[in-house]
Every structure is written in structure tokens, then in C-alpha cells.
Design a protein around this ligand. Structure first.
Ligand code: FAD
Ligand code: DLZ
Length: 508
């Protein structure tokens, strides 16, 4: 008999492992283990979400005739996945272990490099077919290109999937409607609340377990709102399509104090653990457009995130790991400030993004990119430290998607491979796109005073200190002209304020 291991982010009935095995003769293993739960201090909602989703998935597999050996956290002696597997191999006399390719390089190298010897049986590793662009297809697309650009990859994916296409042309004539997706939110339309799901005994037991065993991990548990079954994840998708998608495009970049989800889908945890498939999510969005229930700018913007960005960052991850993780092209040396973990800062935009993060294991893209990410970029935080933070605190975080987003898109630590220009921005961007500055102790209109918004001086310091790298970038030429036109005394005052802040980031 063969043993199939199902990982915590492989909760899909169309998983290659399940297709390769036979429920009549083979057996499945699922295990909640400390090594996976503690290799970074995962947010407690992330652990609760995954453990509960894993338990529900195991139950569904059993209902479908599979025999599943399930190892609940704290009820077995095994620290790591391979130890739980080894116990099953011995107990069952298994001849082979079958597993679908892991999402993280860390685990995948163990599976192929260490497990066959440790387990004493062959380990067959199957390609993960749950993405729209296989690793090989991405490598073929990237072959021979000096720099990759998401836009060209995205167009290729539109053609390949047929999503929002009229023949070989994009619906509406343009591939990308991002320019119309940048409105601030000023109450134009009401924001619908997220759906709530009925809780069962599995959820209750897991929440109690996580509260007990992971008290030292970050994040609140009291407002746990994630779906933990495929049926409820489908309800979450349906709710998004009917109640939020129509305005997703318009307010995609907006931020509002106290509004934690705006018109975002909050579907990434389900997509990334396999409860939802990218193709079905995109098909539902396209159907809403074709039925006249959502405009093209919303649907194109949403589909682009999934068949474009999501597949693109995964392709880059597997093409360049493990070297990619070591990137620090800007030579950053500052440790991550403590307020990323405590949430305690007077910068209102950062405080809000952190509150959202700790309340839900979630923050939307612009909070991650332009607030917590932008601050780390401007402050020159060590990429490894900020990457570990993002990997820990979000319910949707896995190395394959978190690392390129953080190290590449935010920190420019890959030297501009993923994006041609850093997303560095002053407080003015945050002011334009949010209501945060009105509630802040710092003044967004000034840069060199004792109460000036830290983003302002840190922005100019970033631009000035990386002149050698960016001045020749045509997309940044205008910024350098503005810096050079700044009266000398003002420039010196701004840079001096930034130096003072950099010397004492903990006080912000
Ligand atoms: P929506 O705004 O509703 O977008 C729809 C879907 O598009 C998302 O569910 C997601 O699957 C996909 N998507 C959107 N943007 C991206 C992107 N840049 N990369 C990959 N997929 C994308 N996303 C993760 O899934 N896991 C991560 O660990 C993660 N880390 C990030 C770290 C940083 C520093 C940044 C800037 C972004 C990160 N993202 C990550 C991307 C993005 O922020 C989240 O996918 C999104 O906020 C999830 O919320 P949502 O489901 O409401 O997304
Ligand atoms: C994230 C996570 C956590 C917190 N716990 C488990 C676990 O106990 N068992 C498991 O199989 N998977 C878990 N995961 C997801 C894995 O870390 C994920 O499968 C790998 O990182 C590979 O993508």
C-alpha cells in the first residue's frame, strides 16, 4: 500500500495526490505539527484557520471513502511532518509515499532531499496542477528575457485562459484598466459587511486549542471570521461577487480608518490553501461582468490580480529559489522596528494597518504595499526580517507568494527583477488615498519639523541615498529633478530630520 501526505495548503479534492492513489488500497496522512506551526510565529488566526480547514477536509475525505490517519496537534509525539509519516510507514508497512509538490522551498527540499532516506521508502512528488501556469510553462515564458514584466505575462495568461477575451482581443479593447482603479473612498457607496459563518464543534475545539497552545504567537482570536470548509469558502466567493466586486476596481487602492476589508474579496486564504481554485474564482467574476452585474474595470482588475500577479510571483519564486531569498540589492541593515509586532506607533496609517493585521490576520494590498511595506523600504529594513514578519502575520502567507511580494515588489531587494521601480512614496500618497492623515499625530504637509510625517523625510532620504542606483531610471528622472531643485537649506533640513528618525525608529 501507498501513503499519501496531504499538506495544510493542499485542501483540494482535485489534488494530484488524490488522483494518483486509490481509496480502496491506499491511505492518507494529515498532521498538525509544531515544525510547520512554529517555523515563524504564525498569527493565531492563521493556525486556527488552517487546523480547522484541515480537520474539515479530513472529514470530507473520510465521507468520500478515504482512510485518513489524522494527527491532531498536542495528541501525538511528532514534531515534524516526516516523523508523523515515518510512524505511519512503519505501522502500515507502506511501500511508497506520495505527495504533491510543496508550496514552500523550505519543505520541498526536505521532501526530495531528506525524506526518502529518513522514511526508508521511495517518495513520489507530483507537480501541483492547481495553478493556471505550471512551473515549467513559466520557465519557458521567462527563458531569454533579461527582465520580466507582469503585464506581458498577464496578456499571455488572458490569451491562454480565454478570460475576458473576444476572440484574440481583450474585451473592451484594452488589456489593463488600472488607471481607472485609483479612487479614494469618501462614502460614495456603502461598504457591505463580510459574510459570517456558522461555527461547529471542530472550529470551537481548534480555537480553544490555539488559544491554549499558541498564546505566545501574535494576533487576536476573538473575532475569527474565516470560512473553514469549501462550502463556506464558496459562500464567501458568492458574497464577494454579489456585494463587493462591482466596486472592487474603483476603490482597490483606497484606505479608510476602521474599514478593514473595503471592497476587497478576502479570498486569498482560501485560494492559497486550496479551498477555492483560481479558475473558478475568475470564472465567477467574468460571469458577473457578462451578466452586467459588475463593470469591466472591476472585473479586469480582479482577474489580473489572480491570473497575473498571483501566478507571476509563483513563477518567479520557483525560477529563482533559493538565491532569491538572499537578495538585498539596496544593502539594507536596519532591524525591523518593534512596533511591527506590538502595533504601538503614533503613525496612524501604520497603526491602522497593524491593527487590521492583528485583528484578522489580514490587511489589504495597499496597506501591505504602501504603508507597512513602504515604511520598511524607506527605513532600509533588512529584507529577511520584514519577509519573516509578512510570512508570520497573514492568514494567506506562504513563502511562494509572500517572498516575491515583499522582497521583490516592496523592498526592491531583487534589484528590480520583479518591478522596474520601487514603490517608494511620501506621506502625500497615503493622504490622497485615505483618511488616515486627518487622525494622525504627525503633519503630512511638512517634512522637516519635529511633528512632520516621517514618510516625507524618509522618502527624500531614500531617494537621495540611492541616487547612484535610480537616477538613470527614466521612470524616476522627474523625482531626482525635484530633489535637485529643492533649496539647499530645505534639503539639508529634510535629510537631517530623516537621519534623526532613522537613529530612533522605535520612538515613532
Ligand atoms: P483582493 O484585493 O481581493 O485580490 C484578489 C486576489 O488576487 C487575492 O485574493 C490574491 O489571491 C490575488 N492577489 C492580489 N494581489 C496579489 C499579489 N500581489 N500577489 C499574489 N496574489 C495577489 N498575497 C498572498 O496571497 N499571500 C501573501 O503572503 C502575500 N503577501 C504580500 C506581502 C506584501 C508585502 C504585499 C505588498 C502583498 C502581498 N500579497 C500576498 C498580495 C496581496 O496583498 C494579497 O493577495 C491580498 O491583499 C489578499 O487580500 P484579498 O483576498 O482581499 O485580495
Ligand atoms: C502553515 C501551516 C501550519 C501553521 N501548520 C501546518 C501543519 O500543522 N501541518 C501541515 O501539513 N501544514 C501546515 N501548514 C502549511 C504548511 O506550512 C505548508 O504546507 C508548507 O509551508 C508548504 O507550502
Amino acid at each position: 500500500m501507498r501513503l499519501g501526505l496531504i499538506l495544510g495548503d493542499q485542501l483540494s479534492l482535485d489534488l494530484p495526490t488524490l488522483a494518483a492513489l486509490d481509496p480502496a488500497t491506499d491511505r492518507l496522512v494529515m498532521a498538525e505539527v509544531a515544525e510547520e506551526a512554529r517555523y515563524v510565529p504564525h498569527h493565531r488566526q492563521k493556525i486556527a484557520f488552517l487546523f480547522s480547514a484541515m480537520r474539515h477536509f479530513a472529514r470530507e475525505l473520510a465521507q468520500r471513502g478515504w482512510e485518513v490517519a489524522y494527527y491532531p496537534f498536542g495528541e501525538h509525539p511528532h514534531h515534524s511532518l516526516w516523523e508523523a509519516l515515518a510512524a505511519e510507514v512503519d505501522a502500515r508497512g507502506a511501500a511508497e509515499v506520495v505527495v504533491t509538490h510543496a508550496g514552500e522551498y523550505r519543505l520541498q527540499t526536505q521532501i526530495t532531499g531528506l525524506w526518502p532516506a529518513r522514511l526508508g521508502v521511495p517518495v513520489t512528488c507530483l507537480e501541483d496542477s492547481r495553478f493556471l501556469c505550471g512551473r515549467g510553462d513559466f520557465a519557458a515564458w521567462a527563458q531569454g528575457r533579461k527582465q520580466l514584466r507582469m503585464e506581458y505575462f498577464y496578456r499571455e495568461m488572458r490569451r491562454r485562459t480565454g478570460l475576458l477575451m473576444d476572440g484574440d482581443q481583450p474585451v473592451g479593447g484594452a488589456w489593463n484598466l488600472d488607471a481607472s482603479n485609483r479612487q479614494p473612498y469618501r462614502g460614495q457607496v456603502p461598504i457591505p459587511p463580510l459574510p459570517r459563518f456558522a461555527r461547529d464543534t471542530i472550529d470551537a475545539e481548534v480555537l480553544a486549542l490555539v488559544a491554549r497552545e499558541f498564546a505566545d504567537h501574535p494576533g487576536r482570536l476573538d473575532d475569527f471570521a474565516w470560512a473553514t470548509t469549501r462550502a463556506d469558502a464558496l459562500l464567501a466567493l458568492d458574497h464577494f461577487i454579489h456585494h463587493r466586486l462591482a466596486h472592487f476596481g474603483d476603490y482597490q487602492d483606497a484606505m479608510v480608518s476602521g474599514e478593514d476589508w473595503l471592497f476587497h474579496s478576502a479570498l486569498s486564504p482560501y485560494l492559497n490553501c486550496g479551498l477555492l481554485a483560481p479558475a473558478e474564482v475568475c470564472a465567477a467574476a467574468e460571469a458577473a461582468f457578462r451578466a452586467g452585474r459588475a463593470p469591466l474595470n472591476a472585473v479586469e482588475g480582479f482577474i489580473r490580480q489572480i491570473i497575473g500577479w498571483r501566478e507571476y510571483v509563483r513563477g518567479i519564486y520557483w525560477l529563482h529559489m533559493p538565491a532569491y531569498a538572499a537578495g538585498n540589492a539596496l544593502g539594507n541593515r536596519r532591524p525591523l522596528p518593534g512596533f511591527y509586532w506590538s502595533g504601538d506607533t503614533a503613525m496612524h496609517c501604520v497603526k491602522e494597518a497593524l491593527r487590521n493585521t492583528f485583528d484578522h490576520g489580514y490587511a489589504h494590498h495597499i496597506q501591505r504595499l504602501m504603508v507597512t511595506g513602504n515604511f520598511a523600504l524607506l527605513a532600509g529594513v533588512i529584507p529577511e526580517e520584514i519577509c519573516a514578519w509578512y510570512l508570520a502575520v497573514y492568514a494567506d502567507a506562504y513563502d511562494w507568494v509572500e517572498l516575491p511580494n515583499t522582497l521583490g515588489m516592496v523592498m526592491h531587494a531583487d534589484g528590480g527583477y520583479l518591478g522596474s521601480k520601487p514603490y517608494a512614496a511620501s506621506g502625500n500618497y497615503i493622504h490622497k488615498m485615505s483618511d488616515h492623515c486627518r487622525h494622525c499625530a504627525y503633519n503630512v504637509k511638512t517634512a522637516s519639523d519635529a511633528d512632520s510625517c516621517p514618510f516625507n523625510s524618509l522618502y527624500w532620504h531614500f531617494i537621495a541615498r540611492h541616487r547612484a542606483r535610480f537616477a538613470a531610471n527614466p521612470r524616476m528622472a522627474m523625482i531626482y529633478r525635484t530633489l535637485d531643485k529643492m533649496p539647499l537649506a530645505r534639503r539639508e533640513a529634510v535629510l537631517a530630520r530623516a537621519e534623526a528618525l532613522l537613529d530612533d525608529l522605535e520612538s515613532l
